[in-house]
Design a protein around this ligand. Structure first.
Ligand code: ADP
Ligand code: MG
Length: 708
């Protein structure tokens, strides 16, 4: 294929240097970015668990907001308290009762009017208790009053003190997210230190809005948010985060508009030679048309292709890349996992065979000669299309004429990463981002506010609904029986074990144990794939399954995105209640990809919460990704203080789903107005807004502004 243009390397380096020198953080924020080591009492031992929670700098601690608050009532005696209540009460120690063996340590106490109450301690806590509670002394105790048989008791009192002032200062106490090795008291003390160090910052919120919402200023809001359930303070902090995001996205779009890209138009000659085993759906044709229109412009395309699982995004990507190749340029396809990169490479190679387009695969694993030869091909233009993981955008990779970047499963990548890609070319490449995540409309704006959107709102013809059933884990025997019949009939199946985070070692053990058990029954028909396997082992397992040699793939959520084996028509998901709805939907999307009838069995634990029951029922009821996402939002939303970090699919740490819905439109309007009036963020409010971008680490927005 002919290719134009010179290697972009020098220009790229210059831009990177310039960006670096221009990203000096404003001094006003310095104290917030100080490492936590600077605080009293933080040594190497505490650093670990703190970092596990993402707490590395003063600002992280200040933003480590409580999950909830314990409300306590001070009572004169236990007659005034009810069982289950959090109380503060003065008790006199009567007796220590060590139990034989591994039983608890008990301290018998008496209140002011002769009621007995046992303080119960397990494990190491007994040692401290012994010292804190000498017989005959009176102590102020804070904790939850329980009943054990006929006896009143408090298990592990949260505070024990000699005078009333400490517990009475804790009538309302923050409960922080913890990790192993941390206590509430420790975290609370560190947070207090951080809050003392907060600087005063100029206001970035529009004054009219601030007054209307009756929001406190930034520093006050942070301090209040740690003191109690101050809705206004929490909202203000959430709004800050939403505003930072909206501003950054808007700066991306502005910068994109002002950049020059390469207009690409193809003559259709390569596309005509593609070996597609099916006709494109109307939605696919329409999307390709929209993309083609964008690419013909000099302004770089910034488009999102959103389509539910199985809607056929891959062929759209391929056709789009062919347009670039027809126009004499290079295209890159970025996938979030090696499994997916390899699968795409194989699909593309098969379909594009005979077109003359040169396609290569590049992942982090390729080393030495093989890698060198691909790098050469990219620089000299002999490779037209490269498929790979983020390795394709490392500094050492240069392109002759990269004009189109396609990002699959785009929600897996941060916006920052997306920008890095955009800077690879001498001119800004056209960008097509694809996602199967059925993002509720409210969140689309948050994550993709800067992009145009094409929707694949039509599934390929002949698809049947997936028969979804919720089955109690107690019926494991029946499930394995059904699986055996399925495999005997010559079909394939997935068995998904929950591993919500790839680091949970218990989960890993469970997956391996399940694999061992199923292997006992099905022998060589079973393969195993999870994130901790060596890459070669992962490939081998996937290949055996894709080729139909393995009939059953035991897997963790590594198969959640993109995996496409149409002959697999049964999926069993263990402990389905542990997954989010969106995630279940993605997983289930691995079956039902051909015209054969597919089944999904959701195994549930013996005891389910009401919400969990509803969520699984919804999975049975619908296969519409948008509906599931909206309902998930609804089911999780209501009144939870909890942030959305745990739920994964939003770019926010502070703002809850509810706050996003409520405040995001305001933040977008506000950001737009600000950029219209002061596009360079140079005026007083603009300067304050820059601080905000740094504070929320959206400073790539500022880089664009200045570096261009
Ligand atoms: P996703 O949108 O989830 O990435 P894929 O691109 O992997 O979906 O496509 C899912 C399956 O549907 C693949 O097996 C693909 O070959 C098939 N497919 C895609 N487009 C069509 C079509 N127009 N008609 C029939 N099958 C199609
Ligand atoms: Mg896909």
């Amino acid at each position: 294929m002919a290719a134009r243009g010179k290697p972009a390397r020098a220009a790229w380096q210059a831009a990177a240097e310039r960006a670096k020198s221009l990203t000096m953080r404003p001094d006003a924020l310095n104290s917030l970015f100080v490492e936590i080591d600077a605080l009293d009492g933080v040594g190497p031992k505490l650093r670990r668990p703190l970092e596990k929670l993402g707490l590395a700098r003063i600002k992280d601690l200040a933003y480590h907001l409580p999950d909830r608050f314990v409300e306590r009532r001070a009572v004169a005696n236990l007659d005034e308290a009810s069982v289950g209540e959090n109380i503060i009460v003065a008790l006199t120690v009567r007796e220590h009762r060590a139990s034989s063996g591994r039983g608890p340590f008990r301290v018998v106490t008496e209140d002011a009017i002769g009621n007995y109450c046992t303080l119960t301690y397990f494990g190491r806590a007994s040692y401290t208790a012994k010292k804190q509670l000498p017989a005959g002394e009176r102590r102020w105790i804070a904790g939850r009053l329980d009943q054990y048989g006929q006896m009143l008791q408090i298990v592990h009192p949260e505070h024990v003190s000699e005078d009333a002032s400490t517990p009475l200062g804790q009538l309302r106490e923050a409960v922080y997210p913890l990790s192993e090795g941390l206590t509430q008291g420790r975290v609370a003390a560190l947070v207090q230190q951080a809050l003392k160090a907060l600087p005063e910052l100029p206001e970035w919120i529009e004054p009219g809005l601030l007054a209307r919402m009756k929001w406190p200023d930034w520093r006050e809001a942070l301090r209040e948010a740690h003191k109690g359930t101050h809705a206004a303070a929490r909202d203000r902090l959430a709004y800050d985060e939403l505003l930072a995001n909206a501003l950054a996205l808007m700066l991306v779009r502005e910068s994109n508009r002002s950049q020059r890209g390469t207009p690409l138009s193809g003559d259709g000659s390569l596309r005509a030679k593609l070996r597609l085993p099916f006709d494109l759906t109307g939605a696919q044709k329409r999307s390709i048309g929209e993309i083609e229109g964008d690419m013909a412009q000099a302004a770089p395309m910034l488009r999102l292709l959103q389509g539910d699982v199985g809607s056929g995004k891959t062929v759209v990507a391929l056709s789009t890349m062919m347009i670039a190749v027809e126009a004499g340029a290079q295209a890159a396809l970025l996938a979030p996992t090696e499994i997916l990169a390899r699968q795409h490479f194989e699909t593309l190679s098969r379909i594009a065979q005979g077109t003359g387009a040169e396609i290569a695969l590049l992942t982090g694993r390729d080393k030495g000669r093989a890698r060198e030869s691909i790098l050469m091909g990219l620089v000299d233009g002999s490779i037209d299309i490269v498929v790979g993981t983020h390795a394709i955008f490392q500094d050492s990779v240069a392109y002759r004429n990269l004009a189109l970047v396609v990002i699959d499963e785009q929600h897996r990548f941060g916006v920052g990463q997306r920008l890095m890609l955009a800077r690879k070319g001498r001119r800004a490449p056209h960008t097509l981002a694809m996602t199967a995540t059925p993002i509720p409309r409210t969140l689309t704006l948050a994550q993709y506010g800067e992009m145009d959107v094409s929707r694949l709102d039509e599934l390929p013809p002949g698809r049947q609904a997936i028969d979804t059933r919720v089955v109690s884990v107690e019926r494991m025997g029946d499930v394995v029986g059904a699986l055996a019949r399925h495999i005997e009939a010559g079909q394939q199946a997935y068995w998904v074990c929950p591993m919500v985070r790839e680091s949970e070692s218990d989960d890993l053990a469970a997956a391996e144990a399940r694999y061992a058990a199923l292997k006992e029954r099905f022998g060589q028909d079973v393969a195993l794939v999870h994130g901790q396997l060596r890459p070669e082992a992962k490939d081998a397992a996937m290949e055996r399954f894709a080729a139909g040699q393995a009939k059953l793939l035991v897997a963790t959520t590594v198969i959640e995105v993109g995996v496409d084996v149409p002959n697999a028509t049964l999926m069993v998901i263990e402990q389905a209640e542990r997954f989010g709805l969106a995630q279940l939907h993605q997983l289930r999307g691995r079956v039902g990809r051909g015209s054969a009838k597919s089944t999904c069995l959701l195994l549930r634990g013996p005891a389910l919460s009401e919400t969990a029951r509803q969520r699984l029922a919804l999975m049975r009821e619908t296969q519409d990704g948008f509906r599931l996402a909206e309902e998930d939002l609804e089911l999780r939303g209501g009144g939870e203080l909890l942030g959305t970090r745990q739920s994964g699919d939003t770019p926010f740490r502070i703002a809850s789903l509810e706050q996003i819905q409520k405040l995001l439109p305001l933040a977008h309007d506000d950001a737009r107005l600000l950029i219209e009036r002061d596009g360079g963020l140079a005026g007083p409010r603009g300067t304050a807004a820059r601080l905000l971008l740094y504070l929320f680490e959206r400073d790539w927005g500022v880089q664009l502004l200045r570096g261009g």
